[in-house]
Design a protein around this ligand. Structure first.
Ligand SMILES: NC(=O)c1ccc[n+]([C@@H]2O[C@H](COP(=O)([O-])OP(=O)(O)OC[C@H]3O[C@@H](n4cnc5c(N)ncnc54)[C@H](OP(=O)(O)O)[C@@H]3O)[C@@H](O)[C@H]2O)c1
Length: 433
């Protein structure tokens, strides 16, 4: 068993950084007995030296000069848990250039520069690990990268944003409006004062880009992800879902689509709310939990479930990465890294879905026929229809058969122009098999 300590420079001491410091200090002997590694925190970079810190954070290790940590020759591994692009990207580059391995939880950065950073690490003979960047404490990245390295993954479908899953769970179970559920999430600290990164699906899109890159071995970036958030989901949508055996979830879906002409397939990556059959394993994922459902040719169906955020779960994933990086440094080895060619991204409007559509209409003779004609003219076939309410309160709700997104959007544009149609009040894609 080794006793030469591995020296860590931690960039950031917020939710994740402070939790990591606590685990390392509290569990020193467990870490050594289970892994053979002795971890020593050499320095912790923060922005504000005068800010209050948890009692266990050693004050003497704090610095407000993160670049001195990234380049310190006595440090072996740099742990970036500050977040954002700037200065995190430059710090990671400095650390790799100074021959340190890097562990990061930074999904924002990786969703745009993951491949660039991995290539830089490789050129310096060092590792960059990022288990915590997607789904916090859930051991998902390593499972995809290592255990499923040669699996033909067909689809990865995830609930990867705890805040939106909490909001949708409250709407579903307590019948409170989106606004009230968001307020509740903010009171409990699940949602930021500005919740847009969560509720507009931006955070989930960054994670989807990272997942797709790893699952399919292609370079997928944030700009490749089609995105729709949860802000227009209503209690009426939930009521319909319940009557028909669905629930509503914000899903990140990464899919490999074979080419009809032969040759290289393409990748679809999208984030949007979806009607999920209550029998699907993802339907039972409640509150702020995350889960990712993986479908592969040989392995079949897998589901990863757990805490996708929070200081401690995230720090647990970071610690696992630190141990791997330390092991590799000690034995002069490196993580396997294969350069990923750019992905061929399938245009979102080429995808086929079933759709849930709710339209408020004036209840007068012939309205249904008019609406149905527009659907038919665009080749969108209706699987089921129900009418709720009468007179000026009438609402038509449709579930379509599989149809192309492009045909559906054209249908909706034309339906909106019908005199008898007052407004489109619900439009949600249905998760198929
Ligand atoms: N929180 C989670 O549940 C979670 C889950 C998965 C992944 N992550 C990722 O983990 C990373 C950290 O998240 P977090 O929640 O711990 O963030 P946080 O609480 O906001 O902490 C950020 C830390 O970085 C420090 N910092 C920021 N800019 C700095 C600069 N220019 N120089 C020096 N220090 C700087 C801050 O210093 P001060 O304390 O002085 O302000 C703070 O200690 C992010 O990439 C996030 O996406 C977080």
């Amino acid at each position: 068993m080794s006793s030469i300590p591995v020296r860590l420079g931690i960039l950031g001491c917020g939710n994740v950084g402070a939790a990591l410091v606590k685990i390392i200090l509290d569990d020193q002997s467990l870490i050594e007995s289970q892994t053979g590694e002795v971890l020593e925190i050499a320095a912790i970079a923060v922005r504000d030296l005068s800010a209050e810190r948890p009692s266990w954070v050693p004050r003497e290790l704090l610095t407000d000069d993160p670049f001195s940590v990234a380049t310190d020759p006595s440090i072996d591994i740099v742990v970036e848990v500050m977040g954002g692009y700037d200065p995190a990207k430059a710090l990671i580059e400095e650390a790799l250039g100074s021959k340190k391995s890097v562990v990061t939880a930074n999904k924002t950065l990786l969703s745009d520069f993951g491949e660039e950073i991995a290539a830089l690490a490789r050129s310096h003979g060092r590792d960059v690990f990022f288990e915590a960047a997607v789904a916090g404490g859930i051991p998902l990245i390593r499972s995809l990268k290592v255990s499923l390295a040669a699996e033909r993954v067909r689809r990865v479908t995830g609930i990867v944003n705890g805040t939106t899953n909490f909001i949708l769970t409250k709407m579903s179970e307590e019948q409170i409006s989106y606004r009230d559920a968001l307020n509740r999430a903010q009171e409990l600290g699940y949602a930021e004062a500005d919740p847009s990164a969560d509720v507009e699906g931006i955070d989930a899109s960054a994670k989807a880009a990272i997942l797709a890159s790893i699952a399919f071995g292609r370079r997928v970036q944030l700009s490749d992800v089609s995105r729709e958030g949860i802000t227009s989901v209503t209690l009426d949508d939930f009521a319909f879902a319940k009557r028909h055996g669905y629930t509503l979830k914000l899903l990140a879906i990464c899919e490999w689509v074979e080419s009809a002409q032969g040759g290289e397939g393409s990748i679809s990556v999208r984030v949007h709310p979806a009607m999920v059959p209550v029998t699907h394993p993802l339907a039972s994922v409640r509150d702020a939990f995350n889960a990712v459902f993986v479908e592969g040719d040989s392995v079949g169906e897998l589901m990863f479930y757990g805490r996708g955020a929070g200081g401690m779960p995230t720090a647990s994933a970071v610690l696992g990465d630190i141990i791997d990086a330390a092991h590799n440094l000690r034995y002069g080895s490196m993580e396997r890294h294969v350069a990923r060619p750019a992905a061929r991204i399938l245009a979102f409007d080429e995808l086929k879905y079933q759709f849930y559509i709710a339209i408020d209409v004036s209840d007068r003779p012939g309205v249904l026929a008019q609406v149905a004609t527009v659907f038919g003219d665009n080749g969108v076939s209706i699987m089921s229809m129900e009418q709720v309410g009468l007179g000026s309160e009438a609402r038509l709700i449709f579930i379509t058969h599989l149809a192309k997104e492009r045909a559906l959007q054209k249908t909706l544009a034309e339906v909106r122009n019908l005199d008898a149609v007052e407004r489109l009040v619900g439009f949600i894609r249905v998760l198929g098999s």
